[in-house]
Design a protein around this ligand. Structure first.
Ligand code: C2E
Ligand code: MG
Ligand code: MG
Length: 748
């Protein structure tokens, strides 16, 4: 040991001794100050600990935050409705949003939401506006963001593209409420923007923090002998934890700020122990306190550093928390930088990732996402950048090469290969695959990056439709098909808004070809050409407007039929009804008022039901049918024998008057064994008071075979094609002759 070191050591020793003497002296002289110092240290520690706990909750919850959009006509109206719902959100829900939706669209909306993510709960409430309902869609699973499956919501993806730039900023405008349990803090981050089309877009992120464990943990780590009261600005409930009251000189107050949360913490302690220690104890306590203070200081400084880092993370809106990859916002900015250059975007989605998440748990899901991102990064070259777009979606951007689309295809092949290799998580092995949609400036004139992303999303949607695990490139054909489809949707929406549908009628006849009824069949004239229901009804269904269509047809058919039919005639009217109409509780009331308006007896109306399409809605449908049956309206089961219908639930329908055998069934009646079977069927069903009708009778032979089974009601081209009301005399007492002629469809 050098002399210098020894001197230094001695000096240190002396300083130590002096310090101890000074400390003991000070303790003797001013015990109160010492106790205060200890309390201050404790309070600082508790404060830092609570801040770290809350920050962690916010950072973790932000990952699961909901980013969605609602369109609302009036800001004030939205504010009010949201404010009334926010407090009733349950504690375990991380994401919820309220929509106001026209009553008739609610069923379709609910169906679509449930189809997107079965984990959804969708609740319906009355709206102040009579024609509307409030729908609260809520994800029960923490990682399921509403609207994350963009394919299910036409147009939403495009609008979502505009959100990220703002969505990840922290609490620009927030308000807080208490959750259902007393000490749950719910922070609602909301960003509002007005789009160029005048629609309001709101991005929401809801963070829920259980305060009780956060406070308790903080206090426990400060050691025994402390008590504290925590108050949060704007939050009504104060919380007291630990020692019930101060057992000494008083209380230390600290103000802490974490994100949007402003905390006031009052800390007290049990001072009596400090007062009763011996001098030796004081020395020991002094040294211990010094040590503890040093430890605390280092802890506090590391926590402060963590906190700073967390804040930086939260503010650094360009990176994904889990994988460390850039995020949506970064993509937008990167694409903006590349404006004018050849660019290709690859929209990638892990196939059936939800299954892995559900079966192996979210932790395993997270591990796989991290591993996927690592593998993909390793497979990329200098011309390709990668970002996590949300959930199991990744977005890659290729630039800096001439043939950027070929490059993108090569990249797609490479990343699909690395993702396909198995993932070993704990002792289990998982496999997944990748669906990729590519869009490049080579195939479209994109005015901005958003358009490329949207096109890649469309291509991805098609890839999924084709069975996943593949690559689809957005090309001219896809673009044309998309435009056609959009135009068709738009025209159809317009036609439905205007009630611009035409009803044709096809007679149903008896054995002597006398007319017993007419079936109303909808026609749509688009630019002068008739579009077959087979082509446009699926689109009407997809845009969720089957109820509107049904109402237009019913109103027109009842009005025309009631106006034309002879008084006292027994001829009836058949109208087709879709399952979507039958789940609407208001449907029977609408039918009743239409019948009353035109003075048609309910017994004259027979609603044609396609029972095979009811699926699980049957529980909702049967009460609606009962209500209609109580009115006196009767039912026919349509397309019987096509797989769209079966005996199972058919007979459960009250008011069932008829079964209509589909044309494909009728064709089987040429076989004499089938005829024998159907003779039995017809007579059994008739014994129950139900008529059997053969559809699609085109030839005399068809009619002969059907009649041979005992069927005595027929419909088909042999008697007449569907024709407009203007060509039909509903009052004619037809006994055969007039309807043999076949009026052709006319575009007028
Ligand atoms: P559907 O209810 O089974 O109607 C019978 C269909 O068979 C009609 O087709 C009719 O034109 C056609 N048809 C009639 N006789 C013959 C024949 O002898 N041979 C052949 N091959 N076909 C014949 P349309 O009008 O194209 O309607 C197709 C389907 O669209 C209907 O089948 C019905 O399910 C649905 N539909 C039509 N109008 C409406 C409506 O207003 N509302 C609802 N929800 N569905 C409708
Ligand atoms: Mg029908
Ligand atoms: Mg049919």
């Amino acid at each position: 040991m050098t002399r210098l070191s020894r001197v230094a050591l001695a000096a240190l020793g002396i300083i130590g001794v002096l310090a101890t003497i000074v400390a003991v002296g000070r303790f003797d002289d001013d015990a109160v100050r010492r106790r205060e110092a200890a309390r201050n240290e404790g309070a600082a520690f508790i404060g830092a600990q609570v801040v770290a706990e809350i920050q962690e909750s916010i950072t973790a919850a932000q990952r699961f935050g909901l980013v969605t959009i609602a369109e609302w006509p009036e800001t004030a109206e939205y504010e009010e409705i949201w404010a009334s719902f926010a407090p009733s959100l349950p504690g375990d829900s991380t994401a919820a949003v309220v929509f106001e939706i026209a009553t008739e669209d609610v069923a379709a909306f609910e169906q679509a939401e449930r189809a997107i993510t079965p984990g959804f709960t969708v609740e319906r409430f009355d709206s102040a506006d009579p024609g509307y309902a409030l729908v609260v869609a809520r994800s029960a699973s923490p990682e399921m963001a509403i609207g994350s499956d963009l394919a299910g919501q036409p147009g939403l993806s495009e609008r979502l593209m505009m959100v990220p730039a703002t969505a990840l900023r922290v609490f620009e405008s927030d308000f807080r409420t208490e959750g259902t349990s007393q000490n749950q803090l719910q922070l609602v981050r909301r960003l509002v923007s007005d789009g160029p089309d005048g629609l309001r877009r709101d991005a929401w992120s809801i963070v829920q923090i259980d305060l009780t464990p956060a406070f308790t943990n903080a206090l426990e780590s400060a050691g025994p002998g402390f008590g504290a009261r925590f108050a949060i600005e704007g939050f009504e409930n104060d919380a007291s934890v630990g020692l019930e009251e101060a057992l000494g000189d008083g209380v230390v107050r600290r103000d802490e700020v974490v994100g949007p949360v402003e905390l006031t913490i009052d800390v007290w302690s049990d001072d009596r122990n400090v007062q009763t220690v011996s001098r030796v104890g004081v020395v020991a306590a002094g040294l211990t306190i010094t040590l503890v203070v040093m430890l605390l200081a280092s802890l506090a400084s590391s926590m402060l550093a963590n906190r700073r880092r967390a804040r930086v993370d939260a503010r650094d809106a360009r990176h994904d928390h889990l994988t460390g990859l850039p995020n949506r916002r970064w993509v937008n900015e990167h694409l903006r930088e590349l404006n004018g250059q050849p660019v290709a975007v690859l929209f990638c989605d892990l196939d059936r990732f939800k299954v892995v998440n559900d079966s192996a748990g979210h932790a395993a899901g997270d591990e796989i996402l991290v591993e996927v991102s690592k593998r993909m990064c390793a497979a990329l070259d200098d011309h390709t950048k990668i970002a996590r777009f949300g959930g199991d979606e990744f977005l890659l951007v290729c630039s800096g090469v001439d043939d950027v689309e070929s490059h993108a295809k090569k990249v797609a092949a490479e990343i699909r290969e690395v993702v396909a290799a198995p993932f070993a998580i704990d002792t289990s092995e998982f496999r997944t695959s990748l669906s990729v949609g590519i869009a490049s400036t080579q195939h479209m004139v994109a005015s901005d990056g958003n358009e490329l992303v949207r096109a890649a999303d469309v291509a991805l949607g098609l890839c999924k439709q084709r069975g996943r695990n593949g690559v689809v490139t957005y090309d001219d054909r896809l673009r044309a098909a998309e435009l056609d489809r959009l135009e068709l949707e738009r025209d159809l929406q317009q036609a439905l808004d205007d009630g611009d549908m035409v009803v044709y009628y096809q007679p149903l006849v008896g054995l002597d070809r006398e007319i017993v009824s007419y079936e109303a069949l909808v026609r749509w004239f688009r630019n002068g050409d008739v579009v077959s229901p087979a082509d446009f009804l699926p689109v009407v269904e997809e845009i969720g407007r089957m109820c509107d269509l049904g109402e237009v047809v019913l109103r027109q058919a009842v009005a025309q039929f009631a106006a034309g039919v002879a008084p006292g005639s027994a001829v009836t009217l058949h109208v087709n009804v879709d399952a979507a109409q039958l789940v609407v509780p208001a449907f029977p009331g609408m039918v009743e008022s239409v019948l009353q308006e035109h003075g048609l007896q309910p017994e004259r109306l027979i609603l044609e039901l396609t029972e095979g399409e009811w699926g699980e809605s049957i529980e909702e449908i049967l009460p609606v049918l009962d209500e209609l049956a109580t009115l006196g309206v009767r039912f026919a089961i349509d397309d019987f024998g096509t797989g769209n219908s079966g005996m199972g639930r058919t007979l459960a329908v009250n008011g069932l008057a008829e079964i209509k055998l589909d044309r494909s069934m009728v064709n089987q009646l040429f076989d004499h064994r089938n005829r024998t079977f159907f003779s039995g069927f017809t007579s059994t069903v008739r014994e129950l008071g139900i008529e059997v009708i053969a559809e699609g009778i085109e030839t005399e032979e068809d009619m002969r075979c059907a009649a041979a089974t005992g069927i005595d009601r027929f419909q088909g081209y042999l008697f007449a094609r569907p024709a407009p009301a203007s060509d039909i005399d509903f009052a004619a007492e037809s006994t055969g002759g007039p309807f043999v002629a076949e009026p052709l469809l006319r575009a007028s």
